[in-house]
Design a binder for this molecule. Structure first.
Ligand code: MG
Length: 409
């Protein structure tokens, strides 16, 4: 008989037997990376439910491959295709928004919340309410209703594991000390494609130029958010909620190599950072294995090859989205919801060439001003209120855009 192996890891131990998982948003980029890790883990995992927006063929393929119990598709028009593709498999099938909530309510110990957009709010909240461990990749949950989400998680005893690389880094670094000993948390930003551009050149930047992100391959919305640093502004808001940090405890550092993802400074002057190749499979693997560590397929970090790491303070003149995000953080209430919704409208207008690059932040700031004047910034108390503010802010941004255009002509 083999001798029992010594325990080398301290802290909480994973429960014995396969870990039950549910993937909300299984066909997107984070979902696909998660599936890749699950397949490598083999018998270690059992998948309870998977959901997708409207890609029935891909969802059916994943559902069969992972041998899930339940597959849900948001778009009712894709139901028939999913049902036919899973005929005879024994897998339960449903569609519509309620089916996403049903998937989240099923008894899986761990849930990947990777539905993008505000449609992800209710299913993610449902998983938190039943006390699941939730790997959170949906930005809107924290930006639009962060107070509500974190209070719900705390009341239900749910665990929130941040998937976003910066927040995941901070989560890891925070385990090096006690919360009351944290002095400052720093999120890094690559600086995007315009890091070294002049303010004049940035004003004339095209959508094609803004879409060229140096380190990460991402969708168009998040690529443009990285060019304006709006993405980092949204991440400041997320960090505020995730780790209960005030604006003055949060900092942003531009770091073009995207190797150091986040840092925590403690009261004794120690700074603990998490490093890794810029590959989302690293933070996803951390969440999937937590509290243990699992093998990850991402490239290993080779610092000798990288040789130098650079850091610089972000320039608030060229990247006004950052000071604007701080203002939003300090205003609180529904201001982050308005900030996020107005930015989505602004990015859409920039892509359609109805706004220049600098106009993105200008439109967001003017929409916030308009919302403040109308006193519509009370904190949303439930998902319906958050969605109502989101809706209001989008139409307000459209009105403000017309006002800006009228003034300019
Ligand atoms: Mg990020």
């Amino acid at each position: 008989m083999a001798a029992p192996s010594p325990k080398t890891v301290s802290g909480p131990q994973p429960a014995p037997g396969p870990r039950s998982l549910t993937l909300l948003g299984a066909t997107g980029s984070v979902g696909s990376s998660t599936v890749d890790l699950i397949k490598r883990g083999g018998a270690r995992y059992r998948v309870e439910a998977v959901t997708a927006h409207r890609n029935a063929a891909e969802l059916a393929r994943l559902a069969r491959e992972l041998n899930v119990g339940f597959a849900a598709i948001a778009d009712p028009a894709a139901y028939r295709e999913l049902k036919d593709a899973l005929a005879g498999s024994g897998i339960e099938v449903a569609s519509g928004e309620a089916s996403l909530i049903e998937a989240a309510e099923r008894p899986a110990e761990w849930v990947m919340a990777a539905i993008s957009g505000s449609i992800g709010l209710k299913p993610t909240l449902a998983a938190l309410k039943r006390g699941a461990t939730v790997a959170l990749a949906n930005k809107e949950c924290l930006v639009c209703a962060g107070g509500l989400f974190m209070r719900t998680a705390a009341a239900a005893g749910a665990t929130v594991l941040p998937v976003d690389s910066e927040h995941n880094a901070v989560f890891q670094a925070l385990s090096a000390g006690r919360r009351e000993d944290v002095r400052r948390v720093i999120l890094t930003a690559s600086g995007g494609p315009f890091r070294t551009w002049s303010i004049e050149a940035m004003r004339a930047a095209t959508p094609e130029q803004a879409l060229r992100h140096p380190n990460w391959s991402m969708g168009p919305k998040i690529s443009i958010d990285s060019a304006t640093l709006m993405n980092k502004g949204l991440e400041l808001i997320e960090a505020h909620h995730l780790f209960a940090l005030r604006s003055d405890e949060l900092d942003v550092l531009v770091h073009p190599q995207s190797v150091v993802h986040g840092l925590v400074e403690f009261r004794d002057g120690s700074v603990v950072a998490q490093l890794g190749a810029p590959d989302m499979r690293i933070p996803i693997a951390h969440c999937l294995g937590w509290p243990a560590r699992i093998d990850g397929p991402a490239p290993r970090l080779d610092l000798a090859q990288i040789a130098a790491l650079n850091f610089e303070a972000p320039d608030p003149e060229r990247f006004p989205a950052l000071p604007l995000a701080r203002r939003v953080l300090e205003t609180g209430g529904a201001a982050p919801t308005v900030f996020n919704a107005a930015n989505e409208i602004a990015v859409g207008c920039f892509v359609e060439r109805r706004l220049d690059f600098a106009g993105i932040t200008t439109l967001v700031a003017a929409t916030l001003d308009a919302a403040e004047r109308r006193s519509v910034l009370a904190e949303p108390q439930n998902v319906e209120e958050a969605l109502a503010v989101d809706h209001m802010a989008r139409s307000l941004a459209q009105d403000v855009l017309l006002e800006i255009a009228a003034k300019a002509s």
